[in-house]
Design a binder for this molecule. Structure first.
Ligand SMILES: Cc1ncc(COP(=O)(O)O)c(C=O)c1O
Length: 382
């Protein structure tokens, strides 16, 4: 008897939530990758007002032209000449990713994905009928992929490569030289670049390095307002590309996935972009201070090595405790009241690492690190 699709049966629930489900209410949580701030007040008010004004209907599939135009302009420093037609508003980065994979992947194709990874990528590729080929982002290389390793994986069925900088879970960021090498690799093999840049506004040193503005016509950029304006629960993001042919296909696909994004919310995001334009920098400054604190604390503990990320909201230290894999270690740490994610939840090479999201106050971070220090001491003295 036929029951469910092979597609549904082939995907597994994400391991990231597992620890979360085991945690009590009183833990210090480094678990969730969402900013612990509220969206700008102007956006909340604009949302409410837009609903009162009757913006409660379907919008065009690609979204409110004024918002799309504003988003296109916001990339002017990287790429001039884009307008509303280059943008499709989506119901989150998550929605944007699936939309892109469904648009460019055929059965039998494969897609190069980073590992450790944001857990949606692989299942998205398989839902689209393709195969995920994982390329390593190693601690030794500050989590930046190496072209020689990519060359060993790519084959005639590879249609795209996904880059994610700043990265979840590693916090890895690129410099321009590294970006150009990865760009050349994609060009050489005629691959689509899917660039997941949802953390583009949370960078700590200089300007974000983007794949936008490189004049490579097969670049599709995914972004989201979840992190930029602390709107994870609102579910709104976008796809932007200089490639209008690709945008037309993506917008067509978008119609069949969700018809359009949320009407009133698009006015709210426009208001945030116009009236709270400093907000992303303010939260980035706070994340930078937290990042410095947590990295310093982690590196002071025996057996712990942690790179100092230049963006996003995560650290991904290497932590060695004899006799414990990363999941067992995360469980021991949880017993002492601290929630973090085992590195293995982000792919096999995450083994030996833990992910800490610094989405809690500096005081909480300090208290959490005190507890972690005691747990590691206890385990190491066994
Ligand atoms: C790397 C990365 N991409 C995409 C997303 C999706 O964000 P959203 O669906 O909230 O827009 C996330 C969320 O954590 C992420 O970390």
């Amino acid at each position: 008897m036929r029951t469910f699709s092979d597609r549904a049966l082939s995907i597994q629930p994400t391991g990231v939530r597992k620890m979360f489900d085991l945690a009590g209410d009183d833990v210090i949580s480094f678990g969730l990758g969402e900013p612990d701030f509220q969206p700008p007040k102007q956006a909340i008010e604009a949302f409410y007002n837009a609903m009162l004004e009757g913006h409660n209907k379907y919008t065009t599939t690609a979204g409110l032209p004024k918002l799309r135009e504003k988003i296109a302009q916001s990339w002017n420093d990287y790429q001039t000449g884009m307008g509303a037609d280059n943008v499709c508003i989506t119901m989150s980065g998550t929605n944007a990713l699936l939309n892109i994979f469904l648009t460019i992947v055929n059965p039998g194709d494969n897609v190069l994905l980073p590992e450790p990874y944001f857990p949606l990528y692989g299942p998205d590729v398989s839902i689209s009928g393709g195969e995920a080929l994982y390329y390593p982002c190693k601690f030794e290389h500050e989590f930046i992929p190496q072209v020689d390793e990519l060359e060993q994986l790519v084959d005639e069925n590879t249609v795209a490569i996904l880059y994610n900088f700043p990265s979840n879970p590693t916090g890895g960021t690129l410099n321009k030289l590294q970006r150009d090498e990865l760009l050349e690799f994609a060009k050489k093999h005629d691959l689509w670049i899917i660039s997941d840049e949802v953390y583009d506004r949370i960078v700590f040193e200089g300007k974000h390095v983007s794949f936008m503005g490189t004049n490579y016509h097969k670049t599709l950029l995914v972004n989201s307002f979840s992190k930029t304006f602390a709107m994870t629960g609102w579910r709104i993001g976008y796809i932007i590309s200089t490639n209008l042919e690709a945008m037309n296909q993506i917008i067509k696909m978008q119609y069949y996935i969700t018809a359009c994004s949320n009407d009133a919310m698009q006015y709210a995001v426009l208001e945030a972009m116009n009236e709270a334009s400093d907000y992303p920098d303010e939260i980035a400054n706070e994340f930078k201070e937290r990042c410095e604190l947590i990295v310093e604390r982690l590196n002071s503990m025996p057996g712990v090595e942690c790179h100092k990320p230049k963006g996003a909201i995560y650290v991904f230290p290497r932590i060695k405790v004899e006799g414990f894999n990363s999941e067992e270690l995360a469980l021991e740490i949880l017993k002492d009241g601290v929630l973090c994610s085992p590195g293995s939840a982000f792919g096999p090479s995450g083994e030996g690492h833990l992910r800490f999201a610094y989405t809690i106050s500096k005081d909480e971070i300090s208290r959490g690190m005190d507890k972690l220090e005691r747990t590691l001491k206890r385990l190491n003295s066994k």
